[in-house]
Design a protein around this ligand. Structure first.
Ligand SMILES: [Zn+2]
Length: 145
């Protein structure tokens, strides 16, 4: 079972190879980075996050610690700003995370798709990059489902 550092490196390598192959076969327009360097920075960030995200189902993983810390901060922020509904939704997500079974539903291509879809609202390119990075984790784990 690869550790998180291996997943980070494999994620970056996998995404870069996928982009090179896409350009080679004329599908480069799926990766419209434009002239903005910010999109490249975001793409690296999304790749790093999404290549370890499936291990959200391990309570001691970096992904779990990172996401639960962010959720906790967001929950506190919501309650301070009187956004009770968002606070309750976030708390529910955090509680659900505690009950995830390792290499269960989160380690699947359906989860890769579901986690990548929200990024479409930011950028299609980033959503595809997120999906590829997530997929790289599944392939490295040998969890093709
Ligand atoms: Zn994994």
């Amino acid at each position: 079972m690869p550790n998180y550092k291996t997943h980070l490196v494999l994620g970056l390598v996998f995404v870069v190879i996928a982009i090179v192959i896409a350009y080679y076969f004329g599908f480069g327009n799926f990766f419209e980075f434009g002239d903005s360097w910010k999109l490249y920075i975001f793409a690296v960030g999304v790749t790093l996050l999404y290549s370890i995200l499936p291990d959200l189902d391990i309570k001691t993983s970096k992904a779990f610690l990172l996401i639960s810390f962010c959720l906790l901060a967001f929950i506190i922020f919501c309650f301070l700003k009187n956004e009770i509904i968002f606070g309750i939704i976030s708390a529910s997500v955090l509680i659900l995370m505690l009950f995830l079974q390792h290499r269960g539903r989160i380690h699947s291509f359906l989860a890769a798709l579901l986690f990548s879809i929200p990024i479409i609202f930011v950028s299609w390119t980033l959503a595809i990059v997120g999906f590829l990075a997530y997929a790289s984790h599944l392939i490295a784990d040998g969890e093709i489902k």
